[in-house]
Design a protein around this ligand. Sequence first.
Ligand code: HEC
Ligand code: HEC
Ligand code: HEC
Ligand code: HEC
Ligand code: HEC
Ligand code: HEC
Length: 477
Amino acid sequence: MKARFLTRIRLWSCAVLMATFSLTQAQDAITGDAAKGYDLFEANCTACHQVDGVLIGPEFRGVVQRVNEEAGLGREWLHAWIKDNKALRESGDAYANKIFAQYNNTEMLAFPSLSEQDIDDLLAYSQDPDGGKTAFEAAKAEAKAKADAEKAAAKQGGGGANSGVIAIGFVVIAVLLLWLLVRVNALVKATTLAELNPLQEKEATSFSEMFEKYKKVGGITIALFAFFALFNVYWGLMGIGVDKGYEPEQPIYFSHKIHADIQGIDCQYCHSSAKYGKVSGIPSTNTCMNCHKTIKEYKGDYFEEDLVASGKFADGDAVKAFYTGEIQKMYKAIGWNPETNKYDGPQKPIEWVRIHNMPDFVYFSHAQHVVAGEKAILKAIKEGTIPNAKELNIGGGDQTCFACHGRVDQMDEVKMANDFTMGWCIECHRTTEVDMDNEYNKEYYAELHEKLKKQYGDATKITVDAIGGLECAKCHY
Ligand code: HEC
Ligand code: HEC
Ligand code: HEC
Ligand code: HEC
Ligand code: HEC
Ligand code: HEC
């Protein structure tokens, strides 16, 4: 009997316990948006955490459950930790101090700027990383589709001046046609009258007069039609391939400012084929690893203040942690293990998004410009005959690249600095004086040079167009 009573009590207390447990669970339930959490995690945490596996800090997937299982702690503790883990440790919190020791006393950043909702979103993401990511990308794709649609609409609206002109054109044409119709009607009446009444002969002779007059009107109408048609074709063509400012997001956040300017690495150390070939090429990961086998974190002073000002990062340290995270991301992408200093994953190339890309029917050679044309282009910068020459005139061989690509050394993310249209190529060829002393030109254009000198005197400037820089076949296959 007594034993039975005891089991009963045990059962009851179990039930009560379970009830309170599920109550605390309910109280602790995290109602966040995993998609937003994904975005926050990518921006703030990937420098040290990854979803699966330990990076600098612990694995993020299932962190809520883990903390609960290991120490019976929940939402409140996680909030306190993420906001300011140092304060929590200093308050003597046992678990906080335990994990700190477990991770070799590596300090996690404090995130005082994250709101309660932000943290809930992050925690929701940790509970469903895959769903969060998918939802975020779906939302982003939707937003992009919407923005594209709006842009297309704006473009049509923006072409308002253009379509306005066309509309007016059509009205003018319509009025002319109407007038023509009325006059032809009158004419038909007049001729029939003339046939019936020989007295109206005078009207009939004026028929040929009128015909002359209407021929003019018809001519004007046709000319107007042709003008508007041509205008539209021209407008359409001018719009092709103008991508100035194009700045796609890259798989690894690689800063030219940090590498080319602050570290002073020569453009051609990485873009080494510019000298020899048609393309400059993007460096292989082997080139990166020449340095990054040993440079495992970012310890510089520089950081992009914009990224803090825009609210994407809490402060300079967070941006720097992000840079470090990008180096880690590169290791992961190419299968390098920084712990063992060995490639232990598949060695894959990084898939950079191409920014400059001429259509297939255009032939462009870097060597022609960077080697044969170097002196000519440097001179053009000095003499200010190409656009933006003033801001490019800073000395050094990299200037040749800047003439077309702008101050890449000052860009964190590369963007297109010029239009890269046919008009842009030709403009430079028209104004840039060829360097007649380089081996290539000496050999091929000696004769031409002599002829021009004789014709115009020694001081003649020979621009690229004079050596064929405007010939269609030089640039088109
Ligand atoms: C500078 C590196 C760094 C950054 C950035 C960072 N963490 Fe941490 N995090 C750590 C380290 C290291 C630990 C392990 C404890 C320690 O050493 O302090 C940790 C521990 C944690 C823990 C406890 C995990 C456990 O298993 O007990 C949570 C939760 C956490 N981080 C969340 C975040 C979130 C969310 C972000 C982004 C908002 C973030 N961390 C950004 C380094 C970082
Ligand atoms: C440490 C290696 C490195 C150095 C040094 C470097 N680059 Fe780059 N460059 C890259 C990588 C990697 C990319 C591809 C990622 C990107 O677009 O940011 C790139 C991309 C570019 C692009 C865009 C290519 C495209 O997709 O159309 C241009 C233009 C460029 N670099 C010019 C320069 C110039 C000019 C300099 C010298 C001031 C320079 N680079 C120095 C590594 C380097
Ligand atoms: C000649 C040496 C050298 C080469 C080659 C090099 N880096 Fe770096 N990289 C550095 C140095 C130095 C830093 C800054 C470290 C610091 O200031 O603590 C850096 C920083 C970085 C960073 C963090 C800052 C940022 O730009 O976001 C990333 C990411 C990075 N490198 C990626 C790459 C990639 C990708 C390549 C190959 C295309 C590459 N690096 C090639 C020397 C190099
Ligand atoms: C006369 C203008 C001009 C100059 C000077 C120039 N580029 Fe380019 N660059 C281009 C054009 C045009 C493209 C696009 C080529 C294509 O799509 O075929 C390009 C493309 C690139 C690319 C993308 C990859 C590729 O090769 O297509 C890189 C990287 C690049 N340039 C780097 C450089 C560097 C580094 C220098 C200086 C050594 C330089 N460029 C000088 C016009 C120029
Ligand atoms: C910054 C000025 C500049 C720009 C922009 C420029 N070029 Fe040139 N280009 C030159 C110079 C200078 C030469 C003469 C090189 C030499 O001495 O052989 C040249 C020569 C050439 C030649 C050889 C002409 C010949 O008769 O041998 C071709 C082809 C060419 N450019 C194509 C292009 C294309 C395509 C573009 C646009 C994508 C372009 N260039 C943009 C400066 C420029
Ligand atoms: C200096 C180099 C150069 C010369 C010379 C040149 N082109 Fe082009 N052309 C280009 C480039 C670069 C493009 C691609 C522009 C773009 O993508 O926006 C282009 C594009 C075109 C297009 C496509 C329409 C467009 O605007 O994109 C046609 C058609 C064309 N060229 C015809 C000609 C003809 C005809 C000649 C001779 C009278 C000629 N080109 C001479 C560089 C040149």
